[in-house]
Design a protein around this ligand. Structure first.
Ligand SMILES: [Zn+2]
Length: 188
């Protein structure tokens, strides 16, 4: 390509000259090139500024203790409201390992004297929501009773008639807590 001046004044008087590199097409190429570089630079900066293991934009599904993150968030909101009512509300047992749950089963059999009675109070590891991080036992008793009364406002439900302390999430799509199980024998 040549550097022939692009004369814009047809009467012979050159008002200004646009060199080849600054013609419309040239400017377009420069703009596209700059934009491409910007995209590459942005990509590099983004990669460098976020650790490779981080799930960008995704909330973790469990807390560090293995409790379902949504359950933990609902409990935190309820705990805050309880505190404003002057009620202490704490977690006494959250997520449990399979071994911990089995130990509780074994202890319950000893404590209650029979497997049948033990099963009313503790579920096996394979069906316990504690092992799945989907249940919280709360205390003290006054706090548990407060949560039994107000839990549904925070999406928390007491699920066993014989346990004032055990709470799970209000199932999606419901506005009222489902009817409680009489005890945990159903899960055996
Ligand atoms: Zn429980």
């Amino acid at each position: 390509m040549c550097w022939t001046p692009h004369v814009l004044e047809p009467e012979g008087m050159t008002l200004y000259v646009v060199p080849r590199r600054l013609t419309h097409r040239g400017r377009y190429a420069v703009v596209v090139g700059t934009a491409a570089l910007a995209v590459v630079a942005l990509f590099v900066v983004t990669q460098l500024s976020s650790p490779p293991s981080a799930d960008a934009g995704q909330k973790p599904t469990t807390t560090e203790d293995g409790v379902d993150a949504e359950l933990a968030a609902r409990f935190a909101a309820a705990q805050d409201a309880a505190s404003k009512d002057g009620v202490v509300l704490t977690i006494t047992s959250g997520r449990r390992s399979v071994a911990e749950q089995q130990r509780l089963v074994d202890e319950a059999v000893t404590k209650h004297g029979s497997a049948q009675e033990a099963h009313r109070w503790v579920l096996p590891p394979e069906s316990s929501p504690h092992v799945q991080g989907l249940a919280l036992d709360v205390g003290p008793t006054a706090g548990a009773l407060w949560l039994g009364q107000h839990g549904v406002e925070f999406g928390l439900c007491r699920t066993y008639a014989n346990e004032v302390w055990h709470f799970e999430k209000l199932p999606d799509g419901l506005t009222q807590c489902p009817q409680m199980h009489p005890d945990s024998s159903w899960g055996w």
